[in-house]
Design a protein around this ligand. Structure first.
Ligand code: SAM
Length: 280
């Protein structure tokens, strides 16, 4: 909270061995993210999105070479007044933190934020959530958060042991949507208790689903779309708790759809009646 009550400082750093640079590099490891409660986000867009959404940006590393560019100067001013420290560094230091050959001009250190499951309620008709059972792939998780945001879903629930929400890869794949909608964690029984308490409809997706995903009526209740793990799909226990099991028909030889793609199809079908038309 302290960040909100003071103006940040500007500090010039030249060495890779600087302790703040070292601490930022350590945030690649989940262990250090858990210890500090902070994560890395690359690029100017994510810094702006985080500041816009009121997340706590603790530190901003900015390449010295771009400091005079107006849009960068503006971000620096905003970050400082939001209480972030701005560390000006050689571009190579940013590459060292993000492990990229062609680094962006900015990398931010941001405080992690998870919503309690109850904060995703109360749900009303027209509200949609996505619940992911044991998602493993950071690209899939980021894509789902981005797509849920775009389709107008209210939030995302991570069910069971999921890949870390705050890894650089996940954050990158969300393209800023991480800051736009709440993400909560829940055990399977907490999810099903929440579904009943909210009088919502739990729609599981399953390769052995009994219903065509286009034949389900999504209009009567709040909808929670439940997606299965990339390798093993939904466990029987969770599938049994669903009000409907949806199948997206397939032709061709693919065993299944990618998790992110299947989630996108489900979201746009469940919210078809709620999404405005593009003018002809
Ligand atoms: N081998 C897994 C299985 O047997 O379920 C495949 C899992 S698939 C890669 C990951 C998730 O995407 C599934 O659990 C389901 O939620 C969703 N999915 C993929 N293709 C689907 C389809 N055709 N219909 C419904 N859901 C699908």
């Amino acid at each position: 909270m302290a960040g909100h009550h003071r103006t940040g400082r500007v500090k010039d750093i030249t060495a890779h061995s600087n302790p703040e640079v070292k601490a930022a590099k350590a945030l690649h490891l989940k262990k250090h993210r858990v210890e500090t409660g902070s994560f890395l986000a690359e690029g100017a867009k994510l810094a702006i999105d985080a500041l816009d959404a009121g997340w706590t940006v603790e530190r901003l590393f900015v390449a010295k070479a771009v400091l005079d560019e107006p849009h960068i100067a503006k971000i620096v001013t905003r970050a400082l007044s939001a209480g972030a420290d701005v560390l000006t560094v050689p571009e190579a230091v940013i590459g060292g933190i993000t492990r990229r050959d062609n680094p962006q001009a900015i990398v931010s250190v941001i405080r992690e934020r998870l919503a309690p499951l109850t904060a995703l309620g109360p749900l009303k008709t027209g509200d949609t959530l996505v619940a992911l059972d044991r998602v493993r792939d950071p690209g899939n998780l980021g894509t789902v958060i981005r797509t849920a945001d775009a389709a107008g879903a209210k939030g995302v629930v991570l069910v069971g042991e999921c890949v870390d929400l705050f890894s650089l890869e996940t954050v990158r794949a969300t393209m800023g949507s991480l800051f736009a909608l709440p993400v909560a964690k829940a055990a399977p029984d907490q999810l099903t208790a929440f579904v009943r308490a909210q009088d919502a409809m739990l729609v599981g997706t399953h390769l052995k689903g009994a219903r065509d995903y286009r034949a389900i009526d999504y209009r009567g209740k709040p909808v929670i779309i439940l997606m299965g793990n990339e390798q093993s799909g939904l466990p029987d226990g969770l599938a049994a708790q669903c009000d409907a099991l949806a199948l997206i028909p397939q032709q061709g030889k693919a065993d299944s759809l990618n998790l992110g793609v299947a989630t996108g199809l489900m979201l746009y079908e469940a919210r078809r009646h709620l999404l405005g038309c593009v003018p002809a």
